[in-house]
Design a protein around this ligand. Sequence first.
Ligand code: NAD
Length: 502
Amino acid sequence: MTITTAQSVVNHWIDGGPYESTSGRTADVFDPALGTATKKVALADKAEIDAAVASAKAAQPAWGSLSLARRQNVLFKFRELLEARKPELAEIITAEHGKVLSDALGEISRGQEVVEFACGLSEHLKGEYSEQVSTGVDVFSTRQPLGVVGIISPFNFPAMVPAWFFPIAIAAGNAVILKPSEKDPSASIWVAELWKEAGLPDGIFTVLNGDKEAVDGLLEHPDVAAVSFVGSTPIAQYVYEQGAKFGKRVQALGGAKNHMLVLPDADLELAADAAINAGFGSAGERCMAISVIVAVEPVADALIEKITDRMANLRVGDGRRGSDMGPLVTQAHRDKVASYIDIAVEDGATVVVDGRDVQPDGDPSGFWLGPTLIDQVPVTSRVYTEEIFGPVLAIVRVSNYEDGVELINDGAFGNGTAIFTNDGGAARRFQREIAVGMIGVNVPIPVPVATFSFGGWKASMFGDTKAHGAEGVKFFTQLKAITTRWPDPADRAAHGGINLGF
Ligand code: NAD
């Protein structure tokens, strides 16, 4: 690993412009395909957290009381700029995350869907009205902004995950402080510049770079009303508990271990394609990646043959060179993921394809690990029980549908799962019986479109309001109920009031 000198520093974005950190703390940002630290990122201290929150707090009331139509106009403009310039953002993502350019463009498009949803927020902010609930009394409800809201995001989707939240939060009239992952912070600064160009008032979209200190600062700050968090399960649980302690509304999405149940009647070509895309796309660094195939016998051998045939054709390399799969995000993460291959061997599993043998099309110093397939994984092995978050696909063989469902439901996580079958009745049973938040039927990565809501069950999510769709609108607004009594003018006249001629 080489460290370049004279690195640029990714600073904060506060009050509508770059904000130079004086904390004296930074972290390295790597280009994972080169294995080189190319930049540093500022790590906020208390003074910078306070400056970010103060700016957001000062800007929010004017934005929150601007007409919905004018707020939506800024969203439309932002959407047009994003659509026109997303290749720039994709390059930034690939240079810091490592995913191939097509994956980077894909995540931007999924984030853009939420921007498009938020362009029509007026439809979702319509309140309720009940007339004459008592004599002369009507009740109606409105949804109002919360104020300043925090978004804390993980490294694996530097554009899409923040975009699950900020378009709705902003359109609803809040001021957003985004604390991106310190591993790939530049995408957020690019997005901040785009908001500025779209005409968003200064202070409504802030980027606060940092680590645990910035997260704790936001969680403890009395002027932050809500926090949306996405990351690993232990930190999600911590953020949920800590946020609640400081009286905040919190949605905290955690880690995952997603299973794909393949029934004997499934289309095995389709299932093998799905396993490749969902297991190795973005180098397996997706919270909706498939990491375990549960093969209902006698399907396993035929399925493994089709998957290994496809794996042989996967091109691993620098994401800017048209490869299918890029490197892992850091050397430490690459080594941790690779260590599970040794664990598999120790636990008696069969390593069918070992990704440590990969010959990448890229700099040898990159954080490379090729696609790995492990059969006969014992369900007691850490390869099965832990989230690996890399290109390691495990196979567990079961003898029937019921055993497969029991296995999946016994898992600690409940983010996503999929069934592959041609039997509609079996699929219907699965969608009813499985204890998982997002389910695919012959769809391996069932990320719901923006009009629906995203979120898992069990250890994959803390809090009861999911991301985007109607749940997102609910999260970023507070409900107000108004009960009114307006005496009839005729009655007022009878009591000597103003006679309006009724
Ligand atoms: P992470 O938990 O290490 O970091 C997430 C965020 O928390 C970052 O902004 C980081 O700076 C901050 N953070 C890290 N340690 C902290 C601490 N001790 N205290 C306070 N804040 C801390 O996660 P990651 O490695 O960046 O991302 C990968 C994880 O995110 C995986 O577990 C993946 O499954 C999960 N993820 C989940 C979803 C979902 O929708 N459920 C989506 C994407 C990623």
